[in-house]
Write a protein that binds this ligand. Structure first.
Ligand code: BGC
Length: 184
């Protein structure tokens, strides 16, 4: 991926690790194969993408940045999704560690923590009006986010507007991480 990007565009400035998978399974029935599949895609995948981008930045003296697509579930536990929540929790400290390690070189590493967003990862769930309403009730702003509302956060973090921002998770979740059950 890095090689292709450099060949196509001449250099690399930003890497966004966006691949993710999830599936609900009671934890006591979760197979090792399923656990590995989710951890490998969500956490190991983001690590390998980060490693390759950072290697290119270091070797070419580029003050680039990495953005990892985490989730509100890097802080909210999620029954039936232990593999997913573990992958996102891991992503939090992976990003913080990489940010600390490469800050002296001017390389920034950040997470985005989306809440519930209308994307293929949960298309099936959100097509069911009951499940959709259930999720909406957990969002103080009252609606499921659009992909554009995450893309704009990525554009900010990637840009020089965020030149002093590293090692954070920027939550874009309509307030989901703010204990919505206290709203009433
Ligand atoms: C998951 C969605 C879920 C949302 C809020 C995201 O990380 O991909 O399926 O609706 O978190 O729970």
């Amino acid at each position: 991926l890095v090689e292709t990007a450099v060949k196509e565009f001449g250099t690399l400035d930003v890497m966004i690790n966006n691949a993710g998978v999830e599936n609900p399974v009671p934890s006591h029935e979760l197979s090792l194969e399923n656990w590995n599949q989710v951890i490998n895609t969500n956490l190991t995948g983001a690590f390998l993408g980060s490693r390759e981008a950072i290697k290119y930045f270091v070797e070419n003296d580029i003050k680039g940045n990495v953005i990892n697509m985490s989730s509100v579930h890097e802080m909210i536990p999620w029954p039936l999704f232990v593999h997913y929540a573990a992958s996102k929790g891991g992503m939090k400290l992976m990003t913080e560690t990489l940010a600390l390690e490469y800050a002296p070189k001017g390389i920034r590493v950040n997470n985005i923590g989306p809440g519930a967003i209308d994307t293929p990862i949960n298309a099936e769930k959100f097509a069911d009006p009951e499940q959709r309403a259930d999720v909406e009730s957990m969002i103080p702003m009252g609606y499921i986010g659009n992909p554009e509302e995450i893309a704009s956060v990525a554009a900010f973090l990637a840009s020089s507007q965020a030149s002093y921002v590293t090692g954070i998770t920027l939550f874009a979740d309509g307030g989901m991480t703010k204990y919505p059950s206290f709203q009433a």
